[in-house]
Design a protein around this ligand. Structure first.
Ligand SMILES: [Zn+2]
Length: 496
């Protein structure tokens, strides 16, 4: 396609977007959904399999209680109702990475339904309706070899690895989200970010988008104001928060250009490409009837005891939004300051630094200042920058004890980031400690007085403010290591 895309501002002036998000989360249970096979990532292909997850004839599934518990907890955290009785269903389709030729999922009786998640976008709260949260099993993985791209085109053979087959997978589906206008891409990103944080706080998944334990499909449609919602497309393969935002934006632009030209949007799945940021068509979208759903005959219905559900609800951890609000208050930050902490991805780092003994202000200063700058320069996440919260707290402790000044502390931090050891070790090894011993400083002070007779004379005649220039001279000869307060006292004593 060589058509030029319209400008984003023009698109949102003419069309109203409706978005929707389907998120798949691999649960962090020890064993698979229907059998006792281990679930850890990696491992030689086809070593974590058994007759059940290989779909061999005669094998029978048994539901994993930990997975059901995790799903109910997710539903509760998303303000859903929990079904008192529901069934698993067979979703029938053929795919080589699915050994049974059907997936055990849930259809019209999801375990959790009708909830919401509040997210913040530009300081405003947007309530995202949650349609359903259901439990299913993951598929295996197909590997295409012999070609240059790893795709099926050009490959000489395809291999299949069933280690992932049968890992419990939770699908979280939003209700359609209309009315977000130009902010639609940011709302989509904010939702997935908040959802990830909720799942992390529940401890139900490691929520790593890059390893595929959190995967997102993005539905997008456009309509003219006052008219019915348009035909939607479903963009797959969206595996980073940034891509969620880009995928919505790119699909809005593409659909607008089709509609502007008098064309129609085809209901289809589309693939998102990280490199170009655009989407290409996949298969035309199946409807539910294509899957011939029917209740899974090998499993008993699920009927979670309401007392158990109430117990799980009472034991939910503090959810991220409330947690952030509490921290903001405790740290005494304005909304804007808290936002910059959030944008920097520094909430937990600051929290842990404070827990290790630093004041909130000092912790924030290091993480948002020197360490953010370094993370930006080297293109890594703040958490991967090379300093730990404990080290930052230790560094600040040395500053508070007068052993380091600001400049020396930055030099020590450089050593920490370079992996030279703890702040105390680096201070010793690099000889960076503040010198406040009067004996050692007297010589440098006398030297400065001798080199600056006019300034010395001014101080003798009572112009104490002139002492700053001599302090500067001493700092220079001691490479910034002199304790400025002691130096000043020495100068004034010498010249009084
Ligand atoms: Zn198995």
């Amino acid at each position: 396609m060589t058509t030029t895309l319209p400008a984003y501002d023009e698109v949102v002036a003419r069309y109203e977007p409706v978005i929707g998000l389907e998120t798949h989360v691999e649960l962090g249970t020890n064993t698979k959904m229907w059998c006792g096979c281990p679930t850890d990532f990696g491992g030689e292909p086809n070593t974590r399999v058994c007759p059940v997850c290989l779909g061999l004839p005669g094998s029978l599934p048994v539901a994993n209680k930990a997975a059901i518990e995790a799903t109910i907890r997710i539903g509760l955290a998303l303000n859903c109702s929990i079904a008192q009785w529901c069934r698993f269903a067979r979703k029938n389709y053929f795919y080589p990475d699915m050994p049974k030729n059907f997936q055990i999922s849930q259809y019209d009786e999801p375990l959790c339904f009708d909830g919401y998640l509040d997210v913040e976008v530009n300081g405003e709260t947007v309530r995202i309706g949650i349609e359903r949260v259901h439990l299913e099993e993951d598929t295996g993985k197909t590997l295409h070899v012999g070609g240059a791209t790893g795709r099926i085109h050009g490959a000489t053979e395809s291999l299949v690895d069933y280690n992932r087959a049968g890992i419990p997978l939770v699908e979280i589906v939003t209700k359609p989200i209309p009315g977000t206008g130009a902010l639609a891409p940011e709302v989509a990103r904010a939702y997935v970010t908040e959802l990830r944080d909720v799942l992390r706080s529940l401890g139900v998944s490691d929520v790593r988008m890059e390893e595929g334990s959190l995967r997102c499909d993005v539905n997008t449609s456009l309509n003219l104001p006052g008219e019915e919602w348009g035909t939607r497309t479903e963009t797959k393969n969206v595996n980073s928060l940034r891509s969620v935002e880009r995928a919505v934006r790119s699909e809005m632009l593409r659909q607008a250009s089709v509609l502007d030209a008098g064309g129609r949007i085809t209901q289809e799945t589309r693939h998102f490409h990280e490199d170009t940021g655009d989407t290409t068509p996949g298969r035309s979208k199946e409807t539910a009837t294509d899957y011939r759903y029917f209740p899974e005959p090998d499993l008993v219905p699920l009927a979670p005891d309401p007392a158990w559900v109430a117990e799980l609800k009472a034991a939910l951890p503090e959810l991220p939004r409330l947690h952030r609000r509490r921290l903001q208050q405790a740290w005494g930050l304005s909304d804007a300051d808290m936002q910059s902490v959030l944008n920097a991805g520094a909430v937990e780092l600051i929290e842990e630094t404070v827990a290790a003994g630093a004041t909130p202000a000092a912790a924030r200063k290091w993480w948002l200042g020197e360490l953010s700058r370094r993370a930006n320069e080297t293109g890594v996440e703040l958490a991967e920058v090379g300093a730990t919260p404990a080290q930052v707290a230790e560094l600040q402790g040395l500053v508070d004890a007068g052993k380091l000044n600001d400049k020396l502390a930055r030099a020590v931090l450089e050593g920490v980031v370079a992996g030279e050891g703890s702040p105390t070790e680096i201070m010793g090894a690099r000889g960076l400690e503040v010198v406040s011993d009067t004996g050692a400083l007297t010589a440098a002070v006398d030297e400065a007085i001798a080199a600056n007779p006019e300034i010395a004379e001014k101080i003798r005649s009572g112009k104490v403010a002139a002492a700053g220039a001599l302090v500067g001279a001493v700092m220079k000869t001691t490479r910034g290591q002199a304790d400025a307060k002691t130096v000043r006292e020495l100068i004034l004593t010498r010249l009084s």
